[in-house]
Design a protein around this ligand. Structure first.
Ligand code: NAP
Length: 282
């Protein structure tokens, strides 16, 4: 008996490099340099790391960026005043506040960011536009998932897509994007019964949960596309939601690491360019 062929890698390294090159060319063709402003509160190392990686990529692409670090314990009033200042600054194209901030309701912060500068795509106006087919800024991780599928020409129209996870950051906006692309979409979550029966019907399966190896080979339809968004730190290593054994069943699979995570950072910068073009009309 011959072994089943391994799934095609939906390679975040390859696709993000191509996307970076496209962004560099697009920014080089502009008469201005877009500007992205990060806001952090306190010195959380993980948060500082994420901001640094986005700043580095912004610099490579030609997008200006700066980070405002507010002291630990900063409350809603000061944070919202800063957001209002950045909203009013015509030279700022994108605002990204690292959330959560202890003691501050994230919904208040997200609602305060000018929707035109909301490069995280989490302001309610952008959420509404995404679902109603308007010109939304869309969260970066779902954009990255769809970019991976597009790069490898994985068909979506008329296909069954199952998104496991229903967060505002990943699951829900991804479901909206897949629906826009004419997939028949189901969203699963922690209360879903018989998850395996659902996922086995999926031509495109995306796991955005944060539970190591939740998706086992038995839960996957042969030849389908499986994308792993989940990231859990386990014994010092990063582990995804998808069991590596799925590579023997799926037709396409994201590596972990080296898949969806690499795309997310690039899509934040892509959103800054989108915001700048819409605001500046070029
Ligand atoms: P989240 O807000 O915690 O949402 C997790 C979702 O998974 C929830 O909807 C939850 O259901 C569902 N869930 C939990 N246990 C489940 C189970 N046993 N079966 C089915 N669904 C289950 O997390 P998130 O922000 O969406 O992030 C999800 C994962 O992606 C995390 O590991 C995060 O670190 C990672 N992430 C990766 C990237 C990237 O760039 N690759 C970006 C963002 C996030 P309920 O709603 O019912 O609780």
């Amino acid at each position: 008996m011959t072994a089943a062929p391994e799934a095609v890698r939906l390679d975040g390294k390859v696709v993000s490099a191509a996307a970076v090159a496209d962004l560099q060319a697009a920014v080089a063709g502009l008469a201005y340099r877009p500007q992205l402003v990060f806001v952090r509160v306190g010195e959380d190392p993980a948060s500082a790391y994420y901001v640094r990686s986005k700043e580095k990529l912004a610099a490579r692409v030609g997008v200006r960026s700066r980070t405002v670090v507010l002291p630990e314990g900063t409350g809603a009033e000061v944070l919202l005043a800063l957001v209002a200042e950045l909203n009013a600054d015509d030279d700022v194209d994108g605002i990204l506040v690292q959330l959560p901030v202890p003691g501050v309701d994230p919904a208040h912060v997200l609602a305060a960011i000018d929707p035109a500068k909301d490069v995280d795509g989490l302001n309610p106006v952008n959420v509404g536009r995404l679902w109603s087919g308007g010109d939304a800024l869309v969260p970066a991780t779902p954009l990255g998932v769809v970019a991976l599928l597009d790069h490898y020409a994985v068909p979506l129209a008329g296909r069954r897509a199952v998104v496991v996870g229903r967060s505002n950051l990943v699951g829900k906006p991804l479901a909206a994007l897949l629906l826009q692309r004419d997939a028949t979409v189901t969203i699963a979550h922690s209360r879903t019964r018989d998850l395996g029966a659902l996922t086995r019907e999926a031509d495109v399966l995306v796991a955005a949960v944060g539970r190591p190896r939740l998706i086992t080979p038995e839960m996957v339809k042969r030849g389908s596309a499986v994308l792993d968004v989940g990231l859990t730190r386990e014994d010092g290593a990063i582990v995804g939601d998808v069991d590596p054994g799925v590579a023997g069943v799926a037709g396409y699979l994201t590596p972990m690491p080296g898949g969806t995570g690499l795309m997310t950072v690039v899509m934040v910068i892509a959103n800054t360019l989108t915001a700048a073009r819409r605001r500046r009309g070029a």
